[in-house]
Design a binder for this molecule. Sequence first.
Ligand SMILES: *Cc1c(COP(=O)(O)O)cnc(C)c1O
Length: 366
Amino acid sequence: MTTSVADRVFNFSPGPAVLPLPVLKKIQEEMLALPGAGASILEISHRSKAFISILDNTKAALRRLLNIPDNYDVLFLQGGARLQFSMIAMNLLRGSTVPAQYVVTGSWGKYAVEEAKKEGPIEVIWDGKKDNYNHLPTASEYSIRPDAPYVHITSNETIQGIQFQSEPNTGNVPLVCDSSSDFLYRPIPIEKYGVVYACAQKNAGPAGVTVVIIRKDLLERSQDNLPGYLNYKAHSKESSLWNTPPTFGVYVVGLVCQWLEKEIGGLAAMHALNQKKAALLYDVVDRYPDLYQGHAAKVDRSLMNVTFRLPSEEKEKAFLTGAVARKLDSLQGHRSVGGIRASIYNAMPMEGVETLANYMTEFAKS
Ligand SMILES: *Cc1c(COP(=O)(O)O)cnc(C)c1O
Protein backbone atom coordinates (compact mmCIF):
# COMPACT_ATOMS: atom_id res chain seq x y z
CA MET A 1 0.00 0.00 0.00
CA THR A 2 1.39 3.39 -0.91
CA THR A 3 0.51 6.54 0.95
CA SER A 4 0.40 10.12 -0.25
CA VAL A 5 0.53 13.67 1.01
CA ALA A 6 -3.23 13.51 1.58
CA ASP A 7 -2.61 10.93 4.32
CA ARG A 8 -0.54 13.37 6.33
CA VAL A 9 -1.85 15.02 9.50
CA PHE A 10 -0.74 18.30 11.02
CA ASN A 11 1.92 16.81 13.21
CA PHE A 12 2.50 18.72 16.46
CA SER A 13 4.80 16.04 17.87
CA PRO A 14 7.55 17.37 20.16
CA GLY A 15 10.15 15.10 18.56
CA PRO A 16 10.92 13.35 16.37
CA ALA A 17 8.87 15.96 14.66
CA VAL A 18 7.48 17.35 11.44
CA LEU A 19 9.88 17.78 8.52
CA PRO A 20 9.39 20.11 5.55
CA LEU A 21 7.38 18.41 2.83
CA PRO A 22 9.88 19.38 0.08
CA VAL A 23 12.58 17.64 2.12
CA LEU A 24 10.55 14.44 2.37
CA LYS A 25 9.87 14.57 -1.35
CA LYS A 26 13.54 15.02 -2.14
CA ILE A 27 14.43 12.04 0.07
CA GLN A 28 11.81 9.98 -1.72
CA GLU A 29 13.06 11.12 -5.11
CA GLU A 30 16.68 10.25 -4.34
CA MET A 31 16.06 7.11 -2.31
CA LEU A 32 16.84 4.61 -5.02
CA ALA A 33 19.96 6.38 -6.22
CA LEU A 34 21.67 9.62 -5.28
CA PRO A 35 22.43 11.59 -8.43
CA GLY A 36 25.73 10.31 -9.77
CA ALA A 37 26.25 7.72 -7.03
CA GLY A 38 24.23 4.80 -8.41
CA ALA A 39 23.11 3.85 -4.90
CA SER A 40 21.08 5.35 -2.08
CA ILE A 41 22.36 7.42 0.83
CA LEU A 42 21.73 4.35 3.01
CA GLU A 43 24.12 2.22 0.98
CA ILE A 44 27.21 4.26 0.22
CA SER A 45 30.49 4.46 2.10
CA HIS A 46 30.96 7.37 4.46
CA ARG A 47 34.32 7.81 2.75
CA SER A 48 32.84 7.91 -0.76
CA LYS A 49 33.05 11.07 -2.83
CA ALA A 50 29.27 11.34 -2.82
CA PHE A 51 29.00 11.28 0.96
CA ILE A 52 31.99 13.55 1.61
CA SER A 53 30.35 16.09 -0.63
CA ILE A 54 27.07 15.76 1.35
CA LEU A 55 28.98 16.19 4.61
CA ASP A 56 30.87 19.23 3.33
CA ASN A 57 27.74 20.80 1.87
CA THR A 58 25.76 20.29 5.08
CA LYS A 59 28.54 21.86 7.11
CA ALA A 60 28.87 24.77 4.69
CA ALA A 61 25.11 25.38 4.72
CA LEU A 62 25.07 25.46 8.53
CA ARG A 63 28.00 27.88 8.44
CA ARG A 64 26.13 30.17 6.06
CA LEU A 65 22.80 29.99 7.87
CA LEU A 66 24.24 30.63 11.32
CA ASN A 67 27.14 32.78 10.17
CA ILE A 68 29.54 30.51 12.04
CA PRO A 69 33.00 32.12 12.40
CA ASP A 70 36.13 30.25 11.27
CA ASN A 71 37.30 29.65 14.82
CA TYR A 72 34.39 27.27 15.39
CA ASP A 73 34.11 23.68 14.24
CA VAL A 74 30.90 21.86 13.31
CA LEU A 75 30.64 18.19 14.34
CA PHE A 76 28.03 15.55 13.50
CA LEU A 77 27.73 13.04 16.30
CA GLN A 78 25.44 10.27 17.53
CA GLY A 79 23.98 9.56 20.93
CA GLY A 80 21.49 12.43 20.96
CA ALA A 81 21.50 15.49 23.14
CA ARG A 82 21.62 13.33 26.23
CA LEU A 83 25.07 12.03 25.34
CA GLN A 84 26.12 15.67 25.04
CA PHE A 85 25.07 16.18 28.67
CA SER A 86 27.96 13.82 29.46
CA MET A 87 30.37 14.78 26.69
CA ILE A 88 30.25 18.47 27.57
CA ALA A 89 31.35 17.69 31.10
CA MET A 90 33.86 14.99 30.07
CA ASN A 91 35.58 17.32 27.64
CA LEU A 92 35.26 20.71 29.30
CA LEU A 93 35.11 19.94 33.01
CA ARG A 94 37.16 16.82 33.70
CA GLY A 95 40.02 17.55 36.12
CA SER A 96 38.66 20.94 37.15
CA THR A 97 38.21 21.77 40.83
CA VAL A 98 36.18 24.84 39.93
CA PRO A 99 32.51 23.98 39.28
CA ALA A 100 30.77 24.37 35.96
CA GLN A 101 27.65 26.48 36.43
CA TYR A 102 24.18 25.44 35.31
CA VAL A 103 21.06 27.52 34.89
CA VAL A 104 18.18 25.06 35.27
CA THR A 105 15.01 26.31 33.59
CA GLY A 106 13.18 23.01 33.05
CA SER A 107 13.33 19.25 32.70
CA TRP A 108 16.16 19.12 30.18
CA GLY A 109 18.37 21.43 32.21
CA LYS A 110 17.79 19.17 35.19
CA TYR A 111 18.80 16.08 33.20
CA ALA A 112 21.90 17.89 31.95
CA VAL A 113 22.96 18.50 35.55
CA GLU A 114 22.38 14.87 36.54
CA GLU A 115 24.81 13.64 33.89
CA ALA A 116 27.43 16.36 34.32
CA LYS A 117 27.57 15.72 38.07
CA LYS A 118 29.06 12.29 37.36
CA GLU A 119 32.05 13.97 35.73
CA GLY A 120 33.00 16.82 37.99
CA PRO A 121 31.91 19.65 40.25
CA ILE A 122 28.67 21.37 39.27
CA GLU A 123 27.02 24.41 40.70
CA VAL A 124 23.37 25.11 39.92
CA ILE A 125 23.25 28.91 39.96
CA TRP A 126 19.54 29.19 39.29
CA ASP A 127 16.71 26.67 39.39
CA GLY A 128 13.12 27.48 38.44
CA LYS A 129 11.65 24.47 40.22
CA LYS A 130 9.73 26.38 42.88
CA ASP A 131 7.60 28.00 40.17
CA ASN A 132 7.26 24.76 38.26
CA TYR A 133 9.67 26.04 35.58
CA ASN A 134 7.31 28.63 34.17
CA HIS A 135 9.80 31.46 33.70
CA LEU A 136 13.44 32.30 33.10
CA PRO A 137 15.76 34.15 35.46
CA THR A 138 16.81 37.75 34.96
CA ALA A 139 20.57 38.38 34.90
CA SER A 140 20.52 39.74 38.45
CA GLU A 141 19.18 36.45 39.82
CA TYR A 142 22.39 34.48 39.38
CA SER A 143 26.08 35.21 39.48
CA ILE A 144 28.72 33.79 37.23
CA ARG A 145 32.16 33.07 38.60
CA PRO A 146 34.78 34.42 36.24
CA ASP A 147 36.83 31.22 36.56
CA ALA A 148 33.94 28.79 35.85
CA PRO A 149 34.84 26.22 33.17
CA TYR A 150 31.54 27.05 31.47
CA VAL A 151 27.96 28.13 32.05
CA HIS A 152 25.26 25.79 30.71
CA ILE A 153 21.78 26.83 29.62
CA THR A 154 18.91 25.18 27.75
CA SER A 155 17.77 27.74 25.18
CA ASN A 156 14.31 26.19 24.83
CA GLU A 157 12.75 23.95 27.46
CA THR A 158 10.76 21.64 25.22
CA ILE A 159 8.51 20.26 27.96
CA GLN A 160 7.65 23.47 29.82
CA GLY A 161 7.61 25.75 26.75
CA ILE A 162 9.92 28.53 27.92
CA GLN A 163 12.69 29.97 25.79
CA PHE A 164 15.58 32.40 26.03
CA GLN A 165 14.94 35.01 23.33
CA SER A 166 18.52 36.28 23.67
CA GLU A 167 21.80 35.08 25.16
CA PRO A 168 22.65 35.65 28.82
CA ASN A 169 25.91 37.54 29.12
CA THR A 170 28.55 35.24 30.59
CA GLY A 171 31.54 37.49 29.99
CA ASN A 172 34.66 35.47 29.25
CA VAL A 173 33.16 32.24 30.57
CA PRO A 174 32.17 29.95 27.68
CA LEU A 175 28.40 29.73 27.29
CA VAL A 176 27.33 26.15 26.52
CA CYS A 177 23.82 25.81 25.14
CA ASP A 178 21.51 22.85 24.63
CA SER A 179 19.62 24.14 21.61
CA SER A 180 17.98 20.83 20.77
CA SER A 181 14.45 22.09 20.35
CA ASP A 182 15.12 25.48 18.80
CA PHE A 183 18.22 24.97 16.65
CA LEU A 184 17.95 27.14 13.50
CA TYR A 185 14.75 28.87 14.63
CA ARG A 186 16.39 32.32 14.44
CA PRO A 187 19.82 33.78 13.64
CA ILE A 188 22.03 33.54 16.73
CA PRO A 189 25.33 35.31 17.42
CA ILE A 190 27.53 32.20 17.56
CA GLU A 191 30.48 34.24 18.85
CA LYS A 192 28.62 34.63 22.14
CA TYR A 193 28.75 30.84 22.65
CA GLY A 194 31.48 28.38 23.49
CA VAL A 195 29.38 25.40 22.41
CA VAL A 196 25.92 25.06 20.85
CA TYR A 197 24.61 21.52 20.55
CA ALA A 198 21.36 20.11 19.25
CA CYS A 199 19.93 16.72 18.48
CA ALA A 200 18.34 17.06 15.06
CA GLN A 201 14.98 15.40 15.57
CA LYS A 202 13.12 18.44 16.88
CA ASN A 203 13.90 21.27 14.52
CA ALA A 204 16.59 20.21 12.06
CA GLY A 205 16.25 16.66 10.79
CA PRO A 206 15.72 13.04 11.82
CA ALA A 207 16.74 11.24 15.00
CA GLY A 208 20.28 9.88 14.96
CA VAL A 209 22.41 12.93 14.36
CA THR A 210 23.45 15.61 16.83
CA VAL A 211 25.13 18.81 15.72
CA VAL A 212 27.87 20.27 17.94
CA ILE A 213 29.24 23.73 17.16
CA ILE A 214 32.32 24.30 19.27
CA ARG A 215 34.87 27.11 19.59
CA LYS A 216 38.17 25.57 18.53
CA ASP A 217 40.23 26.67 21.54
CA LEU A 218 37.90 24.64 23.77
CA LEU A 219 39.00 21.47 21.95
CA GLU A 220 42.31 21.77 23.79
CA ARG A 221 40.53 20.82 27.00
CA SER A 222 39.70 17.31 25.71
CA GLN A 223 42.03 14.88 27.44
CA ASP A 224 43.73 12.07 25.52
CA ASN A 225 42.57 9.42 27.97
CA LEU A 226 38.92 9.93 27.04
CA PRO A 227 37.34 7.10 25.03
CA GLY A 228 37.83 8.06 21.40
CA TYR A 229 34.18 8.48 20.56
CA LEU A 230 33.63 10.73 23.55
CA ASN A 231 36.48 13.08 22.64
CA TYR A 232 35.52 16.23 20.72
CA LYS A 233 39.10 16.74 19.60
CA ALA A 234 39.15 13.32 17.90
CA HIS A 235 35.95 14.11 15.98
CA SER A 236 37.22 17.54 15.01
CA LYS A 237 40.58 16.21 13.83
CA GLU A 238 38.87 13.67 11.58
CA SER A 239 36.14 16.08 10.37
CA SER A 240 33.35 13.95 11.88
CA LEU A 241 34.75 10.82 10.22
CA TRP A 242 36.54 9.39 13.26
CA ASN A 243 34.07 6.57 12.85
CA THR A 244 31.02 6.11 10.63
CA PRO A 245 28.89 9.21 11.10
CA PRO A 246 25.08 9.06 10.94
CA THR A 247 25.10 9.41 7.17
CA PHE A 248 21.35 9.56 6.55
CA GLY A 249 20.91 12.15 9.30
CA VAL A 250 23.66 14.37 7.92
CA TYR A 251 22.03 14.12 4.49
CA VAL A 252 18.60 15.14 5.79
CA VAL A 253 19.99 18.00 7.90
CA GLY A 254 21.62 19.18 4.67
CA LEU A 255 18.28 19.09 2.87
CA VAL A 256 16.62 21.00 5.72
CA CYS A 257 19.34 23.65 5.44
CA GLN A 258 18.72 23.89 1.70
CA TRP A 259 15.02 24.36 2.37
CA LEU A 260 15.77 27.09 4.93
CA GLU A 261 18.07 28.90 2.51
CA LYS A 262 16.19 28.52 -0.75
CA GLU A 263 12.52 28.31 0.19
CA ILE A 264 12.33 30.22 3.48
CA GLY A 265 15.06 32.75 2.73
CA GLY A 266 17.31 32.27 5.73
CA LEU A 267 16.97 32.36 9.49
CA ALA A 268 15.76 35.94 9.84
CA ALA A 269 12.82 35.08 7.59
CA MET A 270 12.33 31.82 9.53
CA HIS A 271 12.29 33.77 12.79
CA ALA A 272 9.63 36.14 11.47
CA LEU A 273 7.49 33.18 10.44
CA ASN A 274 7.99 31.52 13.80
CA GLN A 275 6.92 34.70 15.61
CA LYS A 276 3.81 34.88 13.46
CA LYS A 277 2.90 31.25 14.02
CA ALA A 278 3.38 31.40 17.79
CA ALA A 279 1.39 34.65 18.04
CA LEU A 280 -1.60 32.98 16.38
CA LEU A 281 -1.81 30.44 19.21
CA TYR A 282 -0.87 32.69 22.13
CA ASP A 283 -3.48 35.22 20.99
CA VAL A 284 -6.21 32.61 21.39
CA VAL A 285 -4.77 31.55 24.76
CA ASP A 286 -4.89 35.18 25.92
CA ARG A 287 -8.36 35.76 24.56
CA TYR A 288 -9.80 32.84 26.56
CA PRO A 289 -7.74 32.82 29.77
CA ASP A 290 -10.41 30.97 31.74
CA LEU A 291 -10.24 28.03 29.35
CA TYR A 292 -6.62 28.07 28.17
CA GLN A 293 -4.20 28.44 31.05
CA GLY A 294 -0.77 29.07 29.57
CA HIS A 295 2.12 27.50 31.46
CA ALA A 296 4.86 29.99 30.58
CA ALA A 297 5.22 33.56 31.81
CA LYS A 298 4.35 35.79 28.86
CA VAL A 299 7.83 37.27 28.37
CA ASP A 300 9.44 33.81 28.32
CA ARG A 301 6.99 32.05 26.03
CA SER A 302 8.55 29.61 23.60
CA LEU A 303 8.03 30.09 19.89
CA MET A 304 8.51 26.33 19.47
CA ASN A 305 6.43 24.61 22.15
CA VAL A 306 3.15 26.22 23.17
CA THR A 307 2.01 24.73 26.48
CA PHE A 308 -1.30 25.21 28.23
CA ARG A 309 -3.83 23.44 30.37
CA LEU A 310 -7.61 23.36 30.34
CA PRO A 311 -9.63 23.57 33.58
CA SER A 312 -10.18 19.80 33.81
CA GLU A 313 -8.82 16.56 32.42
CA GLU A 314 -12.23 15.89 30.85
CA LYS A 315 -12.03 19.16 28.92
CA GLU A 316 -8.47 18.32 27.84
CA LYS A 317 -9.61 14.92 26.62
CA ALA A 318 -12.50 16.47 24.70
CA PHE A 319 -10.12 19.03 23.24
CA LEU A 320 -7.69 16.35 22.05
CA THR A 321 -10.46 14.19 20.59
CA GLY A 322 -11.84 17.11 18.60
CA ALA A 323 -8.33 17.97 17.46
CA VAL A 324 -7.65 14.51 16.05
CA ALA A 325 -10.90 14.73 14.08
CA ARG A 326 -9.40 17.80 12.37
CA LYS A 327 -6.09 16.05 11.65
CA LEU A 328 -4.42 18.01 14.45
CA ASP A 329 -2.15 15.32 15.83
CA SER A 330 0.13 14.72 18.85
CA LEU A 331 -1.04 17.68 20.95
CA GLN A 332 -0.93 15.83 24.26
CA GLY A 333 1.38 17.51 26.78
CA HIS A 334 4.40 15.71 28.22
CA ARG A 335 3.48 13.11 30.82
CA SER A 336 5.32 15.05 33.55
CA VAL A 337 3.39 18.28 32.94
CA GLY A 338 0.11 17.18 31.39
CA GLY A 339 -2.21 19.46 29.46
CA ILE A 340 -1.67 20.42 25.87
CA ARG A 341 1.56 21.08 24.02
CA ALA A 342 1.61 22.30 20.45
CA SER A 343 5.12 21.92 19.04
CA ILE A 344 5.31 24.31 16.13
CA TYR A 345 8.83 23.85 14.85
CA ASN A 346 10.21 25.47 11.70
CA ALA A 347 8.63 22.84 9.45
CA MET A 348 5.09 23.20 10.83
CA PRO A 349 3.24 24.99 8.03
CA MET A 350 1.28 28.16 8.73
CA GLU A 351 -1.82 26.29 7.63
CA GLY A 352 -1.40 23.80 10.47
CA VAL A 353 -1.12 26.56 13.06
CA GLU A 354 -4.08 28.42 11.58
CA THR A 355 -6.17 25.26 11.68
CA LEU A 356 -5.24 24.76 15.33
CA ALA A 357 -5.92 28.41 16.24
CA ASN A 358 -9.33 28.25 14.57
CA TYR A 359 -10.13 25.02 16.36
CA MET A 360 -9.11 26.53 19.71
CA THR A 361 -11.40 29.50 19.11
CA GLU A 362 -14.27 27.24 18.07
CA PHE A 363 -13.74 25.00 21.11
CA ALA A 364 -13.73 28.04 23.42
CA LYS A 365 -16.96 29.33 21.95
CA SER A 366 -18.69 26.00 22.35
C1 LIG B 1 14.72 16.18 23.13
C2 LIG B 1 15.66 16.97 23.93
C3 LIG B 1 16.80 16.38 24.49
C4 LIG B 1 17.10 14.90 24.39
O1 LIG B 1 17.51 14.54 23.14
P1 LIG B 1 17.89 13.03 22.82
O2 LIG B 1 18.32 13.13 21.40
O3 LIG B 1 16.67 12.20 23.03
O4 LIG B 1 19.00 12.64 23.72
C5 LIG B 1 17.66 17.19 25.20
N1 LIG B 1 17.44 18.51 25.34
C6 LIG B 1 16.35 19.10 24.81
C7 LIG B 1 16.15 20.56 25.01
C8 LIG B 1 15.42 18.36 24.09
O5 LIG B 1 14.34 18.94 23.59
